[in-house]
Structure formats: structure tokens, C-alpha cells
Design a protein around this ligand. Structure first.
Ligand code: NAD
Length: 284
């Protein structure tokens, strides 16, 4: 795998993935495709380990002609697909964009990959991979006594966001079965870490605490989700791309399910042995 198209690479997880890849893999070249919506920022792609192996293209994953052109121009053999509308609350306010981006955008990328790799027969099939980055929210929510989600948990999405991600998972899976497109899917739990958008729980708590503002705890704060450090997620994705079986789905999680309240308390209890500048930089 040499020439990797990373969609959504200016967002939270996509940008961490690019930092990880350029640091860990000396031979890969990365083409980033990102529409730079409110969630994407070129700030996230500053100070890359080896910037000469990276190209940024501003564009929409739904633009088929442009995606076709990128695949051909850069001889793309791997797609790592992160681009999405990803914020649950925003999906409740405006679901249409979520369906457009997450379902139709994924479909457009799949069609471009199918044409370039299968119809035009550009590479041996064991040298290409379409990796779809998805979420464990497609499985619904967990009660404290429930077992963790597994790859066989039935889909039960509860928001327009998770329903649109579930739809994209199904269409990716269908391309494996129908066309033998070499795809893999990862369904991961909540991530935290550097370059997290400030409206999300961890950075919001940190920034509000530093500014002496109220901390965002909904209800009694007893809601539970699994949390994973973003670099561990990136490592898992790259491992699945390199070693995963085409057609398979892999769940990724931290086996770490604190309540929201305990997350807030843990952050407040952190020793202040690092500077405020560092916290702000890492939270942003
Ligand atoms: N954040 C999490 O905790 C988490 C957990 C599991 C899975 N995921 C999945 O990982 C992926 C990345 O999540 P994130 O938190 O980094 O999201 P994010 O919102 O931070 O980033 C999404 C990126 O996609 C770009 N984008 C949006 N629409 C686009 C379009 N039409 N064309 C091109 N680019 C577009 C945005 O500009 C942004 O840079 C998503 O698919 C999400 O469903 C996220």
C-alpha cells in the first residue's frame, strides 16, 4: 500500500491518522481530500512528520468527477474513508446533510474505487483496499449491565447520525459481496485526544474549566460510553488496513466505560503539571 487517499483528513481522527501514518510508515504517500466544513481545519495538519509525502485537496467526496481524477492522477491503491458529518446533536437539527454526506458520499467513493480498481483493472486485487471508518453508535446504546458490543451485535441506530453511518456500513458491505471490492470496516467507540473539535465533551470540559465556566454535565451525568485514545484508534485502523481480511468488520474499543460525570471529575482532578498553553493546544 503506497498511495493512500484519506477522506476527512482535516478532521479530528483523520488528521491524527495522517500524523500517525507519516510517522510510522516511511513509504506511503498521502492524498487528503477534505471539504473543510466547520469540523475540518488545516491547523490539524500543521507540523506533519514528513510533509513532502502529503498533498491536500479541498473538495467534496460527493464530487464524482473530482474523486475519479484523484484516483487516477495519484494511482490511489488504498482509500481510508473518514469524511462524515459526525455530530449527533447537529444531526437532530439537520439530518439531510448527514444522509447526503455519509450515505451518498460513501457511495460515490465506492463507485470511484470500483471503476478504477475493478473495471479498469489497475492493480492486483490483493494490493488495494477500501477502508470505511465507522462508529459503534450503529449498535445503539448500552446499559451498565449489558455486555460490550461485538461484530455480531444487531444494528440499532438511534439518531440520524448513527442511522446514516449504519446506511454507509451496509452499502460498503454490499460492495464486497456484490462486486468483490476489497473492503474493511471498523466500528469504534468514542475517541478523545489531540485535535478534538472544541464542542465535544473532553475539550469542552477542559476549556470551560480553564475559563471558570459551568461544566457540561447532562442530567445526572451517569450516561456511559466506551472511550478510546485517538492514536490507539489510528493504530487499529492501520492494522486492519494492512492485516484485516477483505469483507470483514472489526469492532475497536478501549474497554473503558466511565460515566460522563466521572470523566468531568477526572479532568478536574488532573494535576496542573503542564501549562495551560499545552492543554489548550491539545484540546483544540
Ligand atoms: N469522533 C469519534 O469519537 C468517532 C468514533 C468512532 C467513529 N468515528 C467516525 O470517524 C470518522 C471521523 O470522525 P471525526 O470525529 O474525526 O469527525 P470530524 O467531524 O472531526 O471530521 C470530519 C471531517 O470530514 C470532512 N467532511 C465532512 N463532509 C465532507 C464532504 N462532503 N467531503 C469531504 N470532506 C468532508 C470535514 O471537513 C472534517 O474534516 C467519521 O466517519 C465518524 O463517524 C468517530
Amino acid at each position: 500500500m503506497q498511495n493512500i487517499l484519506v477522506t476527512g483528513g482535516a478532521g479530528f481522527i483523520g488528521s491524527n491518522f495522517i500524523h500517525y501514518l507519516l510517522k510510522e510508515e516511511p513509504d506511503v504517500k498521502v492524498v487528503v481530500l477534505d471539504a473543510l466544513t466547520y469540523a475540518g481545519s488545516l491547523e490539524n495538519l500543521k507540523n506533519l512528520p514528513d510533509p513532502d509525502r502529503y498533498i491536500f485537496v479541498e473538495g467534496d467526496i460527493r464530487d464524482r468527477e473530482m474523486v475519479d481524477g484523484l484516483m487516477r492522477q495519484h494511482s490511489i491503491d488504498t482509500v481510508a474513508h473518514f469524511a462524515a458529518e459526525s455530530h449527533v446533536d447537529r444531526s437532530i437539527l439537520g439530518p439531510e446533510l448527514f444522509l447526503q454526506t455519509n450515505v451518498m458520499g460513501t457511495f460515490t467513493l465506492l463507485e470511484a474505487a470500483r471503476k478504477f480498481w475493478l473495471v479498469e483493472n489497475t492493480f492486483p486485487m490483493d494490493q488495494v483496499r477500501f477502508h470505511h471508518v465507522s462508529t459503534d453508535e450503529v449498535f445503539g446504546s448500552l446499559n451498565p449491565e449489558d455486555p460490550a458490543f461485538s461484530e455480531t451485535t444487531p444494528y440499532s441506530p438511534n439518531s440520524p447520525y448513527s442511522a446514516s453511518k449504519a446506511g454507509s456500513d451496509h452499502i460498503v458491505r454490499a460492495y464486497a459481496h456484490t462486486y468483490n471490492l476489497p473492503v474493511t470496516i471498523t466500528n469504534c467507540s468514542n475517541n478523545y485526544g489531540p485535535r478534538h473539535f472544541p464542542e465535544k465533551l473532553f475539550p469542552l470540559v477542559i476549556l470551560n474549566a480553564l475559563a471558570g465556566k459551568d461544566l457540561p454535565v447532562y442530567g445526572d451525568g451517569q450516561q456511559i460510553r466506551d472511550w478510546l485514545f485517538v492514536e490507539d484508534h489510528c493504530e487499529a485502523i492501520w492494522s486492519v488496513i494492512k492485516h484485516g481480511t477483505p469483507g470483514e468488520t472489526y469492532n475497536v474499543g478501549g474497554n473503558n466505560q466511565p460515566t460522563n460525570l466521572s470523566i468531568v471529575q477526572t479532568i478536574c482532578d488532573l494535576p496542573m503539571n503542564f501549562t495551560q498553553t499545552n492543554i489548550l493546544r491539545d484540546a483544540a
